[in-house]
Design a protein around this ligand. Structure first.
Ligand SMILES: C=C(CC[C@@H](C)[C@H]1CC[C@H]2C3=CC[C@H]4[C@H](C)[C@@H](O)CC[C@]4(C)[C@H]3CC[C@]12C)C(C)C
Ligand SMILES: C[S@@+](CC[C@H](N)C(=O)[O-])C[C@H]1O[C@@H](n2cnc3c(N)ncnc32)[C@H](O)[C@@H]1O
Length: 369
């Protein structure tokens, strides 16, 4: 073969390979969000590295951060979701939470079943207005609205997620039942007693003080309405004097924008303090539930593929500088989360079911006010 022909063949093969690697393999979990579409939320390209550094210096020592400047937590949580939302959608899907694995069923099915459980727990039905506290890009909201026929209103602090969630709602034909509002769940823009039910899936862990968000939820619920939450907590197996345990929990907090994980036995008393009756509390991760962390572990090869992919895309200037660092942070977090699951010292699904008493007055003040 002539040299020119060889060069051409090699060039065509290289282009084909890059196309396959980036466009075909790059559309990881859910087709529709590809590696080439990775933006960093509402952060402009040139600011991504800086924003990541700011995030990292704020959340490097989570507990101290929360105590020193808890009023800044929502701002940095918003920065965090600008940095990770597209990577989450690309590598995980539209539901930003874990679920127990179910033998013989796909991750997608397991996720949906974990979400639909909320419908039964809060008794959502057509005609109801249900609040989704910390709604992400709306994966759970769409599953819950579709299953129950209720009108679901989601709130998220991150403007970029609002746009993503509205686009997904429209695309799935659920926009008449699903509404998304940008706001802080510590000061919600809703009138007292305006919801028939509420839920939060792996979101209230971002609140510096759980009583503040619970008090807000209590305020906006109608008397007699139910609220269910899947909380991130340390379990009874966690030992504060075991350096391995402490490192795992700090690793989870640093890489997930958490101002300090709470212990499992703190949740119910906080709910009662703001006025709720606690009807049930259970760790949904306990056997016979299948392990929630296997989905993270089984993807190790995929992580390496993704790492190479984001590095190549950054080199080609398709992805903004800083994405590789964010991706590495998530990889580290996945390691700590897996360790938390395997040792049993951490659960992302401590379920608490509460009711606002039928004859409750309006807003219960949180302890600081
Ligand atoms: C509830 C929260 C988020 C929970 C999970 C949805 C996310 C926690 C860690 C995330 C991930 C870790 C590794 C990433 C991987 C390196 C990348 O290649 C593809 C995406 C990941 C799998 C990513 C996906 C989402 C998580 C599992 C918190 C924030 C309260
Ligand atoms: C891990 S995501 C879970 C999203 C969604 N529940 C799901 O399961 O897909 C946490 C969500 O909480 C939201 N959040 C965190 N702090 C918030 C705050 N102070 N006010 C409003 N939303 C907040 C984030 O913006 C994000 O949407």
């Amino acid at each position: 073969m002539e040299t020119a022909a060889m060069v051409w063949t090699a060039a065509v093969a290289a282009v084909g390979l890059i196309y396959w690697f980036v466009w075909v393999m790059g559309a990881a979990e859910v087709k529709g969000k590809r590696a080439v579409d990775l933006k960093m939320g509402s952060i402009t390209r040139d600011k991504v590295e800086d924003k990541y550094r700011q995030y990292w210096s704020f959340f490097r020592r989570p507990k101290e951060t929360a105590e020193a400047s808890s009023e800044n937590v929502p701002v940095f949580v918003d920065t965090f979701y600008n940095l990770v939302t597209d990577i989450y959608e690309w590598g995980w899907g539209q539901s930003f939470h874990f679920s127990p694995s179910i033998p013989g069923r796909s991750h997608r099915d397991a996720t949906r079943l974990h979400e639909e459980r909320v419908v039964d727990l809060v008794g959502a039905r057509p005609g109801h207005r249900v609040l989704d506290v910390g709604c992400g890009v709306g994966g759970p909201m769409r599953a819950i609205a579709a299953r129950s026929g209720a009108h679901v209103v989601g709130i998220t602090i991150n403007e970029y997620q609002v746009g993503r969630a509205r686009a997904h709602n429209k695309k799935s034909g659920l926009d008449a039942l699903c509404e998304v509002v940008c706001g802080n769940f510590l000061e919600m823009p809703f009138p007292d007693s305006s919801f028939d039910g509420a839920y939060s899936i792996e979101a209230t862990c971002h609140a510096p003080r759980l009583e503040d968000v619970y008090a807000e939820i209590f305020r906006v619920l109608k008397p007699g309405a139910l609220y269910v939450s899947y909380e991130w907590v340390t379990t009874a197996l966690y030992r504060a004097d075991d350096p391995d345990h402490v490192e795992t929990i700090h690793g989870i907090e640093r890489g997930d924008a958490l101002p300090g994980l709470r212990a499992h036995d703190e949740i119910a008393s906080i709910a009662r303090k703001v006025g709720f009756e606690v009807l049930d509390e259970r760790d949904l991760a306990r056997p016979p539930a299948g392990p929630w962390w296997t989905r993270l572990k089984m993807g190790r090869i995929a992580y390496w593929r993704n790492h190479i992919l984001v590095s190549v895309l950054t080199l080609l200037r398709i992805a903004p500088k800083g994405v590789v660092e964010v991706h590495e942070m998530l990889y580290e977090t996945a390691r700590h989360l897996t360790r938390g699951g395997e040792t049993g010292i951490f659960t992302p699904m401590d379920m608490i079911l509460c009711r606002k008493p039928p004859f409750a007055a309006g807003h219960q003040e949180s302890s600081s006010s």
